[in-house]
Design a binder for this molecule. Structure first.
Ligand SMILES: *[C@@H]1O[C@H](CO)[C@@H](O)[C@H](O)[C@H]1NC(C)=O
Ligand SMILES: *[C@@H]1O[C@H](CO)[C@@H](O)[C@H](O)[C@H]1NC(C)=O
Ligand SMILES: *[C@@H]1O[C@H](CO)[C@@H](O)[C@H](O)[C@H]1NC(C)=O
Length: 433
């Protein structure tokens, strides 16, 4: 401070501050927990280490977890020790911004919920200072809430989903939240490349924010006319022999995702690391394997769309048939598929002058999501489609329907689904020596 204030002002100011702090301090059930000590003994999702906090309502418990040393997330886990099944992570506060050892998680006397690193730098907070918060609790649904003296919710974790939507949680394109973002990888909990966005018309899935690989208006599934939509799990009949896990929008009906023949109240929907939209259901009464994957949008068995329609089904590249990756296309023909199958590397337009020219190889009877979700161009000749791809530095190949003369340029090929129509072909760009 460059100048000291007048002593009298300083005193009256501090009295004012003290009285306001003490009046709110009297009410707030504040706490501070430090991220330190032994790790817990149970198996958790992503092979994470964790330290539980004494905050939770079964089967939900708050904890610090880490998948790489020294990079911790404040999170909510789901599961019980009784069934000896894996614990799953269903929410986290500081996504993509990990904290270290000795970080603190505090409900401050002013009502703000704060996660700070050991050097006291704030990493995450709810921004609820002086809003009347008196305490924090975890509801039986897994919603973490800050409430005031009249038990009104001031802040709730349900308004800030990560990749997971719990039963009782909504998506709302007017007031939000309306988005889930996948986890980057097992070891990296930051934002991945897949997102689910609920918007007028229904649910869309995007890769890298712009490539659509699911559009409910096109598929006619998960296309809701109402807003918001609520994930719920309800007994099908009074006898409750089966439960429906479904999206419901008030006055606009429901869409059933899965129908387990047991109490499926403890379910959640997740946009998985690979971009698939899945439901996991936890059934505590069994002694082991309490989790079941009860729904996957892209799955021949438990889904609504073929497993091969998932862009990442064959990892980076491959031909898929009956939910199996059957070959790895190459300039010299179809090779056996493995996880190492990658498309040819054609970096931008800087290939000229290196003695290499761009060429294309053809794969017959395949297509990918591009032709389902984008219009494409027609009617054009194959040569014209090819010329456009060659001119376009981002184009890695093109889809072409020989009978219709339809053309789609592709910036990403990924999984190519085998189709019966052999005139649906894909040309892959590569560099010829
Ligand atoms: C955490 O704090 C404890 C107690 O102050 C200290 O002994 C320990 O070295 C700290 N750990 C790290 C990694 O800084
Ligand atoms: C989804 O499809 C509908 C109908 O074809 C279209 O109007 C809409 O723009 C598409 N949404 C996205 C995000 O591409
Ligand atoms: C179903 O499971 C939920 C969550 O464990 C529980 O609260 C509810 O009472 C169960 N319903 C029945 C009918 O057993």
């Amino acid at each position: 401070m460059s100048q000291s204030p007048h002593p009298f002002h300083l005193i009256s100011l501090s009295i004012l501050l003290l009285s306001s702090i003490s009046s709110s301090r009297a009410k707030v059930d504040s706490f501070t927990y430090v991220n330190e000590g032994e790790f817990g003994p149970y198996i958790t999702e992503y092979g994470a280490d964790y330290r539980v906090l004494p905050i939770g309502t079964s089967p939900f418990q708050m904890a610090f977890y880490n998948t790489t040393p020294g990079a911790f997330y404040l999170a909510l886990r789901m599961g019980t020790t009784r069934s000896e099944s894996v614990f799953r992570w269903v929410w986290e506060a500081n996504r993509g911004r990990p904290v270290g050892e000795n970080a603190t998680f505090s409900l401050l006397p002013d009502g703000n919920l704060v996660l700070a690193d050991a050097d006291r730098r704030n990493v995450w907070s709810t921004g609820t200072a002086n809003k009347g918060v008196v305490g924090l609790k975890v509801l039986p649904t897994g919603n973490i809430i800050l409430y005031d003296s009249k038990d009104r919710t001031i802040w709730q974790s349900f308004d800030h989903p990560t990749d997971t939507l719990l039963v009782g949680q909504s998506l709302d394109y007017n007031k939000g939240p309306n988005k889930l973002v996948s986890r980057r990888s097992v070891t990296d909990g930051s934002y991945g490349i897949y997102s689910l966005v609920f918007q007028p018309g229904g649910i869309n899935l995007f890769m890298n924010d712009y490539l659509t690989y699911y559009n409910s208006s096109v598929n006619g599934i998960l296309d809701f006319s109402g807003n918001p939509i609520l994930l719920e799990a309800e007994p099908e009949t009074e006898d409750a022999f089966a439960y429906e896990v479904r999206f419901a929008s008030a006055g606009h009906g429901t869409t059933i995702l899965t129908r387990p023949k047991y109490n499926a109240t403890l379910s959640f929907l997740r946009l998985d690391i690979d971009g698939n939209l899945v439901v996991y259901t936890y059934y505590d009464p069994v002694d082991y394997r309490a989790w079941e994957k009860t729904f996957a949008l892209f799955s021949d068995q438990i889904g609504l769309l073929p497993g091969c329609a998932l862009p990442s089904k064959c990892s980076k590249f491959g031909v898929c048939q009956d939910e199996m990756c059957v070959s790895c296309p190459s300039p010299v023909g179809q090779l056996g598929w493995s996880n190492g199958c990658v498309p040819p590397q054609v970096k931008g337009c800087n290939n000229k002058g290196k003695g290499q020219t761009e060429d294309y190889y053809k794969i017959v009877g395949v297509e990918n999501f591009v032709s389902t979700y984008t219009k494409g161009e027609g009617k054009v000749k194959m040569e014209e489609c090819r010329r456009k791809c060659t001119m376009d530095c981002k184009c890695v190949g093109f889809l072409y329907w020989e009978k219709e003369g339809k053309c789609w340029l592709a910036n990403f090929l990924g999984t190519l689904s085998k189709v019966d129509e052999s005139s649906h072909v894909v040309y892959v760009k590569y560099l010829k020596n």
